[in-house]
Design a binder for this molecule. Structure first.
Ligand SMILES: NC(=O)c1ccc[n+]([C@@H]2O[C@H](COP(=O)([O-])OP(=O)(O)OC[C@H]3O[C@@H](n4cnc5c(N)ncnc54)[C@H](O)[C@@H]3O)[C@@H](O)[C@H]2O)c1
Ligand SMILES: [Zn+2]
Length: 406
């Protein structure tokens, strides 16, 4: 009889990952060597590269394609695939299928590269296809929105929406490299430029008080697209997110708490409630404001700092209200949806003070109602933008009746 201990083994092991981040001014022109520097050719052959870009940045995609064709270490396997951007791309598997088809036809393998250039929604879609083909092809992300450069680009998740639920199919996969390039943001509309910084405010509130104060002082410059201020804000946000992933002990979200989802339980509910007319970044700004006010009512987060958070988001150019917030009970279903997606106990990260998060397992519905009512009263008094229905801009996308999650 074998020793019974041989039949039940619990062995802990770990696998090292490498995260590569590069920051460039114009990767499609002078800084192209930075892209080449993260691509490793084989001993005897060039590295196979499939380039996929979203249509909004087609000109830069074509310039990069040309440079990849001319380089001696890379072989561009096909002309660049140009796909649509925005949430709509995540709402069916069409684009994933198209990419998988191309990967197969081009005989890509695990040592090949997919270079993806686009916003968070497009990168999520391409990332999913890259992660499942041959169980993982090297993915180089070139994010083209402030949100994706400051947050999701260095994230280790990808997903598409399924069963009319957001991010229902997806994987955890560490990108091979991420290149945050300033020039790729030039064509981004002001609305998308501004709202991406809500994630920067979020992560600074959780992790770094001086960064939060800096954002408060520079919010207007960022909204006006001052290149120095906006680049600094994106980079600091990106580094704080990156540090959380590489150093926070839970990159693949095995634990109950997900601090980077501060402000997200209501944001994830609001996005589908507005048929995605509200951008993720706009919904997160409202969610951060709500949870900060709740933190001040319930956990003594200083009132003055609570107002600073609302003013900062507002001065960045984000409206902190949307008609679909009411009825409040409907919004609060987001708490249960949030719990269901994570499994286990409800765990929500709130704030005791700037830079001092705390996790709670219960939300006081009466106080949360009060917090939302308070935001309704504060919001018209905020400096910017003028009280308007800006969030319902006609270029909203997608129609998921999703139940949660970024
Ligand atoms: N995987 C993660 O860790 C993670 C984290 C946060 C958010 N997300 C996901 O990211 C998505 C939101 O991403 P986003 O905020 O980048 O928005 P987005 O990708 O939806 O892009 C917003 C709009 O800007 C356009 N666009 C993008 N770049 C442009 C450019 N340079 N010039 C002109 N137009 C441009 C897009 O086509 C789209 O219309 C959501 O689906 C969210 O769930 C994922
Ligand atoms: Zn988010």
């Amino acid at each position: 009889m074998p020793d019974s201990s041989e039949h039940s083994l619990d062995i802990q092991f770990s696998v090292p990952f490498m995260h590569r981040l590069r920051v460039t001014d114009d990767v499609s022109r002078d800084d192209f060597p930075q892209l080449l520097s993260v691509i490793k050719a084989g001993d005897t052959e060039r590295a196979k590269v499939l380039l996929i870009g979203e249509q909004s940045v087609a000109a830069a995609v074509q310039r990069i394609a040309k440079q990849l064709t001319l380089a001696d270490v890379t072989q561009l396997v096909h002309e660049p695939l140009l796909v649509k951007g925005g949430e709509e791309i995540k709402n069916s598997s069409n684009t994933v299928d198209q990419i998988l088809e191309q990967i197969n036809q081009s005989n890509l393998d695990r040592r090949s590269y997919i270079v993806a250039i686009g916003g968070g929604a497009m990168l999520d879609t391409v990332g999913y296809a890259a992660a499942v083909a041959h169980r993982g092809i090297r993915l180089i992300r070139l994010p083209t929105t402030t949100l994706a450069q400051g947050d999701s680009g260095v994230g280790v998740k990808n997903a598409i929406n399924y069963f009319e639920k957001k991010n229902w199919i997806g994987t955890f996969a560490v990108p091979w490299a991420v290149i945050n390039d300033s020039a790729l943001l030039e064509t981004l509309p002001d609305r998308d430029f501004s709202c991406g910084f809500s994630e920067a405010v979020k992560v600074s509130l959780l992790k770094n008080e001086s960064e939060f104060r800096w954002l408060c002082d520079n919010a207007e410059a960022i909204r006006e697209r001052n290149p120095v201020a906006s680049k600094h804000a994106i980079h600091r946000s990106c580094l704080l997110h990156l540090k959380h992933i590489t150093d926070g002990g839970d990159p693949f979200e095995m634990l109950e708490a997900r601090p980077l989802d501060f402000g997200h339980w209501s944001a994830h509910r609001l996005e589908p409630l507005t048929q995605y007319r509200l951008r993720h970044g706009e919904a997160v700004a409202i969610g951060v404001a709500i949870d900060t006010i709740y933190s001040s009512l319930k956990f003594g987060f200083p009132e003055q700092d609570m107002l600073a958070v609302c003013h900062c988001l507002s001065r960045l150019g984000i409206r902190l209200w949307h008609e679909e917030i009411a009825p409040i009970e409907r919004l609060m279903q987001g708490l249960e949806e949030f719990r269901q997606h994570l499994g286990g106990r409800l765990t929500i990260t709130l704030l005791k003070a700037v830079g001092e998060p705390l996790n709670v397992h219960e939300i006081d519905h009466v106080v949360m109602q009060e917090a939302i009512e308070k935001l309704r009263r504060i919001q018209p008094k905020l400096a910017y933008p003028p009280n308007q229905s800006a969030t319902d801009a006609a270029n909203g996308t997608a129609h998921q009746n999703a139940n949660n999650l970024r």
